[in-house]
Design a protein around this ligand. Structure first.
Ligand SMILES: [Zn+2]
Length: 65
């Protein structure tokens, strides 16, 4: 299992990006964390949805430059 190294890579990538949640107008740099903590989404549901459509949550967030 190389889950650990993958999650580190994802974290590095996320640290460079900032997003604004369109539904609650809050800034965050981790979409998954924001959705689970603020909107009470389940992580496994998000992962399932992202597998079906990787853009599922991009529509809900505005990427900041
Ligand atoms: Zn939000």
């Amino acid at each position: 299992m190389s889950n650990r190294s993958v999650s580190i890579l994802v974290k590095m990538e996320k640290n460079m990006a900032k997003y604004t949640c369109k539904s609650c107008k809050t800034d965050c740099d981790d979409i998954t964390e924001h959705m689970t903590k603020v909107h009470k989404f389940s992580k496994w549901i998000m992962e399932l949805q992202l597998k079906t459509n990787p853009n599922t949550y991009k529509n809900c967030f505005e990427k900041k430059v």
